[in-house]
Design a binder for this molecule. Structure first.
Ligand code: 13P
Length: 263
């Protein structure tokens, strides 16, 4: 039986002071005994404070991105080793906003390798995280144009294969996949529950085919894209949806606690 997981991706929101206030309110509202794993992914600068405030709770701290080398001349980046120092448990990789395919701003091919994640760099990040025993939350999902062209499965399959290339099943038991259709992120348009379940089931089946049934049964698959307290219960009750990756609604501590309770 997979324990549900709800992760809040704060994106580029909340100063350290705002983060502290949000976490304090959230801890007051959320049921500490609920059988659900909760992760908050604040901006890097707020990680130490959030970690300090959550130290005696069951809520974990995650990060929104990572570089794959442990140290070096990589201006502006943060390494797995640096995150490990603050006991970061989960790290989001391959988010559509960091893949550079968000909205209409497609990154030119020539700069993709530097400024946007590719399947290759996502794979390097996953390896670096697993080496440090941190759980990657791999985001996959199609754009509206890809969906309309009937390419949803092809896109997701190629993102999964690229990200997981060369990884062994024995390394992947803490691995999390988030199905985030790009057209549902921050738009208020949630993917229809039956369709979200269908795609999450497809992801599980692909993992079974790439590895084995045992891993497919264990890997947690989340849905992300305009999750709110009003739609969370229905989404999270689907057999192949093991929780959510929540953006905007995770910024409101009361709303986020209701979403967590829905799981
Ligand atoms: P929203 O919940 O704001 O749509 O964002 C989803 C997301 O991108 C989480 O990573």
């Amino acid at each position: 039986m997979r324990t549900k997981l709800v992760a809040g991706n704060w994106k580029m929101n909340n100063t350290v002071a705002q983060a502290a206030a949000a976490v304090e309110t959230f801890v007051q509202h959320v049921d500490a005994k609920a059988n659900v794993d909760v992760v908050i992914c604040p901006p890097y600068l707020a990680i130490p404070k959030v970690r300090e405030l959550l130290r005696n709770t069951h809520i974990k701290v995650g990060a929104q991105n990572v570089f794959w080398n442990e140290q070096g001349a990589f201006t502006g980046f943060v390494s797995p080793k640096m995150l490990d120092e603050f006991c970061v448990s989960h790290v989001i990789v391959g988010h559509s906003e960091t893949r550079g395919r968000f909205g209409k701003l497609e990154t030119p091919e020539s700069t993709l390798g530097y400024f946007a994640e590719t399947d290759e760099t996502v794979n390097l990040k996953i390896r670096a995280l697993l080496f440090r025993a941190m759980s990657p939350i791999l985001c996959v999902g199609e754009t509206l144009a890809e969906r309309q062209a009937g390419e949803t499965e092809r896109v997701i399959q190629s993102q999964l294969e690229g990200a997981m290339k060369g990884l062994d099943a024995s390394e992947l038991f803490t691995f999390v996949v988030a199905y985030e259709p790009v057209w549902a992120i921050g738009t208020g348009v949630t993917c229809d529950t039956a369709e979200a379940e269908r795609v999450c089931k497809f992801i599980r089946t692909r993992i079974g085919a790439m590895y084995d049934d045992e891993l497919a049964r264990q890997v947690r698959i989340l849905y992300g894209g305009s999750v709110k307290s009003t739609n969370a219960r229905e989404l999270f009750s689907q057999p192949n949806i093991d929780g959510g990756l929540v953006g905007g609604a995770s910024l409101d501590p009361q709303e986020f606690s209701l979403i967590v309770m829905s799981a």
